[in-house]
Write a protein that binds this ligand. Structure first.
Ligand code: HDE
Length: 683
């Protein structure tokens, strides 16, 4: 596959190409370039004797192996990344002097790493969690990192509490259980005793925390940043990524099962989409608030537990990112990439959000231990596409050979260079915000409303989404052992919605809160996934097929599915050719041993007759599970009896085709575009 990828397409790719090595067809050498005549046997004193100290080849090989691992990220350890490009729709010079946001003819190379937050590097993709969405823009003014999440708010308001929240959500320290899950006592104890987390928890309990795909998530910069234009004028900004495929999720039962059946579900999804040329696209949006309106909002714009409702502050779409190339080497690129919210370019600046201020310290610090020293900016994936010049020297793994004697500023020997340059020449100048105050460890009074927006989120959910949130709370708190923590948590969420809290209380066996409730009646339709984009594109369809299928009709339907940009797998009694009428042969690439219904978005039973009993039983189970997950199900000809056995005919989202295959295909594809049929009665 590697050769087919669009290598050398942009400046970053060309830079990376220089470091690529293809070992295929080459003689095996040591790291010193010495060709070796043997690689299977260590050097011994006699064929059955001890290995000799002088076996430099053995020592080099094993020593390197012994040191292959580096510490995983303390959070966001499990991730997956891809290359792409960002193009601008409209000149943003009105707001920012960032060059890559001014020239619509520029295509800026990007590298994006998606991640879960909680789990270890080897944990499952589909766990309930926020997702990281970190983008490195390789701009002509240096690297700009937009280190975002798929949830627009955060657990805490001040960076100093980050170690506490992370300790609380990670596996408990005595037994290191549970992995990649917040369904345990310490997490909920933290929540109940740090009520600023209320809004974030509503999102974590919602479908947002179990995305269907990295390709179907929004990204949010979370904090309020500043844009600065050429005149030095500032605007507050929040950054948004909007997926062109809409925002979609798994259902909880599916997510659970996928964690075992395909722990790499999101990795496979992104990798395969890119390999198949279905390049994921995300539009970049700005929400802008004028400096003079800083105090005119109902919330403090420096508080990272608050959103700016899109109906109040609209998202202006300004450009598009396309991910079009998979990595060549996971470790070199995905593992070694180092993001930092402090990697900015002229025209983008910070605010005093105390969470952002904390982040500005943490990211470089963590790379020092993770990547083993201060030269991680020299690792190919981290290098800017423009040169860097300063007086920093030495340190572990230094690769740059700085020539000359001068390594200090100010100097006369090198004409006082490298020299800082003025903003007009591209020099970064911090926004001259006026600040005054007493040194104080305190929270601003304007940061103390923890529940209004949690209720706003709840009010904005569709009935299906509300049910999922209620179920998620019941699952998570149902796993908590301490009755006191359960009670405290339920009492806390009575401030969001009394009925919600009472339902959970009943399910988890604690006292239903007597008082609480909220007087917030507003809702924000943009928060509900019901109002997102719905398309059939790139959904995965399982086609169940056995010998004797209706050749021409099935062939026609499969062509329609392919034309609608759907990914199709053929499941049969065995892999390989399956014969239909009229000499039509279709190759099956899956069996019920390799494919499970949770891996697909829709099922088409083309033929399940004339097969053995086991195949039939598996088919019935497969369809039943898809039905329970609200997915579209379709059948024609010899597939129809499998629906009848399941008593599914006539149910919502179940499509039967008897003669007109065009009409059938259209109906099925329309049903796939709707994704789930929430009103379906599941008995
Ligand atoms: Fe991070 N975060 N974070 N974070 N974060 C890290 O940096 C930290 C926060 C986010 O794919 C670490 O290189 C602090 C918010 C992403 O490599 C670390 C605070 C948001 C990634 C760190 C936050 C994020 C990280 C661990 C509170 C959404 C993965 C490894 C003050 C806007 C980047 C690393 C990747 C990673 C610290 C809060 C997003 C330890 C102290 C809010 C997407 O530096």
């Amino acid at each position: 596959m590697t050769d087919k990828r669009n290598q050398g397409q942009n400046k970053k790719q060309k830079q990376l190409d220089v470091f690529k090595v293809n070992d295929k067809g080459k003689a095996l050498t040591t790291n010193q370039g010495l060709k070796m005549s043997e690689d299977e046997f260590s050097l011994k004193a006699g064929e059955r004797g001890p290995t000799l100290m002088e076996d430099f080849h053995f020592r080099e090989k094993v020593t390197h192996f012994d040191h292959e691992r580096i510490p995983e990220r303390v959070v966001h350890a499990r991730g997956f990344a891809a290359h792409g490009e960002f193009e601008l729709y409209e000149d943003m010079s009105q707001y920012t002097r960032a060059k890559f946001l001014q020239d619509t003819s520029t295509k800026t190379p990007v590298f994006v790493r998606f991640s879960t937050v909680n789990g270890a590097r080897g944990s499952a993709d589909t766990v309930r969690d926020a997702r990281g969405f970190a983008t490195k823009f390789y701009t002509e003014e240096g690297n700009y990192d937009l280190v975002a999440n798929n949830i627009p708010v955060f657990f805490i308001q001040d960076g100093i509490k980050f170690p506490d929240v992370v300790h609380a959500f990670k596996p408990e320290p005595d037994n290191d259980i549970p992995q990649a899950s917040t369904a345990h006592d310490t997490f909920w104890d933290f929540v109940a005793n740090n009520q600023e987390s209320a809004h974030m928890i509503m999102w974590i309990m919602s479908d947002r925390a179990i995305p269907r795909s990295f390709r179907m998530m929004e990204g949010f910069g979370v904090h309020t940043f500043r844009l600065i234009n050429e005149e030095g004028q500032a605007h507050f900004v929040k950054f948004h990524w909007k997926p062109k495929l809409g925002v979609h999720s798994l259902v909880w039962d599916e997510a659970h099962k996928l964690a075992g059946i395909d722990p790499d579900f999101h990795r496979n999804d992104l990798w395969n989409a890119i390999e198949n040329g279905q390049y994921p696209e995300f539009e970049l949006g700005f929400q802008i608030i004028k400096e003079e309106d800083e105090f005119n909002m109902e919330f403090d714009i420096l508080d990272a537990t608050k959103i700016w409702p899109e109906e109040v502050v609209p998202v202006k779409i300004i450009g598009k990112m396309t991910l079009n190339r998979n990595v060549d080497n996971f470790f070199s690129e995905t593992e070694q990439v180092a993001f930092h919210p402090g990697h900015v370019v002229p025209g983008i600046d910070f605010t005093n959000d105390p969470l952002l201020q904390g982040r500005l310290f943490s990211y470089i610090d963590t790379q020092l231990i993770r990547l083993g020293g201060p030269n991680f900016h020299e690792i190919p994936i981290n290098r800017p596409v423009v040169p860097f010049h300063n007086n920093q020297r030495d340190g572990y793994h230094r690769q740059t050979i700085n020539v000359g004697k001068v390594n200090y500023h100010r100097n006369s020997l090198a004409g006082n260079t490298p020299a800082p340059v003025s903003p007009a020449e591209g020099g970064y100048e911090h926004y001259q915000e006026k600040v005054e105050g007493r040194k104080i460890r305190a929270r601003s009074e304007s940061f103390t409303d923890h529940f209004s927006q949690a209720t706003l989120f709840w009010n904005s959910m569709s009935p299906a989404e509300k049910k999922h949130i209620t179920d998620a709370f019941s699952f998570e708190l149902g796993k908590v052992k301490s009755k006191s923590v359960k009670q405290q948590s339920v009492d806390m969420f009575a401030n969001v919605d009394l009925d919600l809290a009472r339902t959970i209380a009943k399910r988890i066996g604690v006292n239903p809160p007597k008082s609480g409730g909220s007087n917030v009646t507003a809702s924000s339709p943009a928060l509900s996934q019901q109002n997102t984009i719905f398309k059939p594109d790139t959904r995965r369809v399982a086609v169940i097929l056995s010998n004797g299928f209706h050749g021409p009709d099935v062939k026609f339907v499969l062509e329609q599915l392919e034309d609608a940009n759907l990914f199709v797998d053929i499941i049969s009694e065995h892999q390989g050719n399956v014969s239909g009428t009229n000499g039509v042969i279709i190759e099956a690439n899956q069996t019920f041993q390799t494919a499970k219904s949770v891996q697909y978005d829709a099922v088409y039973i083309a033929n399940a007759s004339q097969t053995n009993r086991e195949f039939n039983k598996d088919a019935v189970y497969f369809i039943d599970e898809a039905f329970r997950h609200y997915k579209p199900i379709a059948a024609t000809h010899g597939g129809i009896p499998a629906l009848t056995i399941n008593k599914l005919d006539g149910k919502q989202g179940v499509i039967i085709g008897k003669d007109n295959m065009r009409k059938f295909s259209d109906e099925f594809i329309n049903a796939i575009a709707l994704h789930r049929f929430w009103d379906r009665k599941i008995v």
